[in-house]
Design a protein. Structure first.
Length: 272
């Protein structure tokens, strides 16, 4: 996850690393991390390099120089300012921002956008769900035109999320499975993956304690063996994005490499 190779921003575990984002390309290359998921916040949204022509050109140049792929974007901006919760006056502006993000991603070769339906973005009633799914249904041709898939990170239970996903075109919409969030909510990985595993297109690797916050891998309630075994059974072959706890000693690159090696060991343990 972008920012995990940089110092914390204002003490936050995840935020766009304004002062360090260029350096992360070289650091990722040096530490053999070939995939990065971009982070986009609502704060200074239109200043983010992804959202400017010159910024996109620089991103593309850095990608080529360091051999780094950016296949996905985590849209924290949509969680921080969800259009499906906005009033009539503000909703159209936020929807235009959504479409602008889709176009920007397409220009830099990013084909997947994570929309977090958690925390401030969680769906609280049928009206919000109808606003979200209605807009996305109308937007499906636009997504197809730009080669973009939307994947949802959600706090819904297995059957509820499976029902929600049935309302949306499987060619354009999928699930971002967050290991830590599911552990914090007390969900059973086998039940989740049995219910909607065929819609999982991206996985966030992290650990959390039940009802609590992100902790170092292996120290929370995530059952990684169960998760990776279940993903292997359905033939999941997508990316694993390290959205892990930050290094207490500030040595973020070394910590991230250790988490990468742990994740690879889990994946390889269940390869057929």
């Amino acid at each position: 996850m972008q920012g995990r190779l940089s110092p914390l921003v204002d003490g936050r575990i995840q935020a766009f690393p304004w002062s360090y984002w260029r350096r992360e390309f070289a650091l990722a290359c040096r530490h053999r991390l070939g995939v990065m998921e971009w982070t986009l916040d609502q704060e200074r949204l239109h200043e983010n390099p992804l959202m400017t022509g010159s910024g996109r050109a620089e991103i593309s140049k850095l990608r080529r120089r360091y051999g780094l792929d950016i296949p996905s974007l985590t849209g924290d901006c949509f969680m921080q300012a969800p259009f499906w919760k906005a009033d009539d006056g503000g909703r159209e502006s936020l929807q235009r921002d959504f479409l602008a993000v889709v176009k920007a991603c397409a220009e830099v070769g990013t084909s997947m956008i994570v929309v977090p339906l958690v925390d401030n973005g969680r769906l609280e009633n049928a009206e919000q769900e109808a606003r979200l799914t209605g807009f996305l249904a109308e937007t499906t041709p636009f997504l197809q035109q730009h080669g973009i898939r939307i994947v949802f990170e959600s706090d819904l239970g297995p059957e509820e999320l499976a029902r929600f996903m049935e309302r949306l075109d499987p060619g354009c919409f999928g699930v971002n499975y967050d290991i830590g969030n599911s552990a914090a909510l007390g969900y059973d990985a086998e039940e989740e993956i049995a219910a909607y595993g065929h819609r999982i297109r991206n996985v966030h690797v992290k650990d959390r304690v039940r009802g609590g916050t992100t902790v170092p891998l292996g120290s929370g309630n995530a059952d990684f063996e169960k998760v990776f075994a279940a993903l292997a059974r359905i033939g999941y072959s997508g990316n694993y994005i390290l959205q892990t706890a930050r290094a207490a000693d500030g040595n973020h690159a070394e910590t991230l490499c250790r988490y990468r090696d742990m994740t690879l060991a889990w994946v390889r343990a269940y390869e057929s």
